[in-house]
Design a protein around this ligand. Structure first.
Ligand code: SF4
Ligand code: SF4
Length: 296
């Protein structure tokens, strides 16, 4: 089983549209992990049917039992985050301020404080309308710990692929370079960097290349909207060569990306011309690169 992670330094590069097209092209031979849990949208294109849905718990917050509390105020004194407050003759915890450090719980003389696990989202195992498994999640509004949820999504995808003898796990990673991206990169066999020919796109590509190098991962890049700025495209190509990142393909600006989304289809289903062909050859090249790098 090979794990291919698709990431981009910034949003709006077409990363999810490209990942969804790869999901369509590989169909039953791939498990899809939507690791963009903060703004998951792969399901909009793959229209999955849920097989399993469960709550995701992560992190703890303090909760005071008024029946046991003797109003000594010690918890308020020790809390460094101003999470404990006194109102209407009762001590309570502002959930948004609580960092779950547990200090108040340790010092409470009557054991009136419990550290309660937080339900921070939903986790789904589904089948896409093409027949591949889609593992996805929805982080609750304002919830943290998305790195842990990403790890859970990825591990479940890998487990299913191993159990069912499925050749590929295709991971749609989160944009940026934060904790969820680090979590999506762990254990990858190959990373596909989707960038665009803009100054911002190039700047963010440099940051993700740094990350990939730190993890010592093999990677290749797709330059989307390459005709927006030919000078930047050339600079990106030179940079890729210098950094020993495979050049996979360059895709011209095309409204097929938005048209396909509006019609709730992947690009390769919706657009049967140049863009679709480019994505097909890109996927074949990625699979070839994964195999080739294996022997290095
Ligand atoms: S430390 Fe315990 S008993 Fe004292 S105010 Fe806080 S919750 Fe109540
Ligand atoms: S767990 Fe820590 S942050 Fe939360 S209320 Fe207690 S002391 Fe404050």
């Amino acid at each position: 089983m090979k794990e291919i992670v698709v990431i981009s330094g910034k949003g709006g590069t077409g990363k999810t549209s490209i990942s969804a097209s790869f999901a369509y092209l590989e169909r039953e031979n791939s498990v899809i992990a939507d690791c963009d849990v903060d703004a998951a949208n792969m399901h909009l294109l793959l229209k999955p049917q849920a097989i399993e849905a469960s709550d995701f718990f992560s992190g703890v917050k303090a909760k005071i039992d008024p029946a046991l509390c003797i109003n000594c105020g010690v918890c308020e004194e020790v809390c460094r985050f101003d999470a404990v407050f006194f109102k209407n003759a009762t001590y309570s915890v502002k959930q948004l301020n609580c960092e779950g450090c547990g200090y108040c719980d340790k010092v409470c003389p009557t054991k009136a404080i419990a550290m309660v696990e937080q339900n921070v989202g939903k986790f789904f195992i589904s089948k896409s309308r093409f027949g591949n498994y889609l593992i996805h999640a929805r982080l609750a509004i304002g919830a943290e710990n998305s790195g842990k949820l990403v790890a859970k999504v990825k591990n479940e995808a890998k487990k299913i692929a191993k159990e069912k003898g499925i050749a590929f796990v295709i991971v749609d990673g989160a944009p940026g370079i934060g904790c969820p991206v680090l979590s999506s990169l762990t254990g990858a066999n190959y990373v596909v960097l989707v960038t665009e020919a803009t100054i911002a796109g190039f700047h963010d590509l440099k940051r993700v290349v740094e990350l990939v190098k730190k993890f010592r991962l093999k990677a290749g890049a797709i330059i989307n909207k390459h005709d927006l700025n030919k000078e930047v495209t050339n600079e990106i190509r030179n940079f890729l060569e210098k950094e020993k990142i495979d050049f996979i393909s360059k895709i011209p600006y095309n409204t097929a990306f938005t048209d396909a989304i509006v019609n709730e289809r992947t690009i390769v289903e919706f657009n049967q011309n140049e863009i679709s062909d480019l994505l097909k050859t890109s996927w074949e090249k990625i699979k070839f690169n994964v195999k080739e790098k294996e022997n290095l």
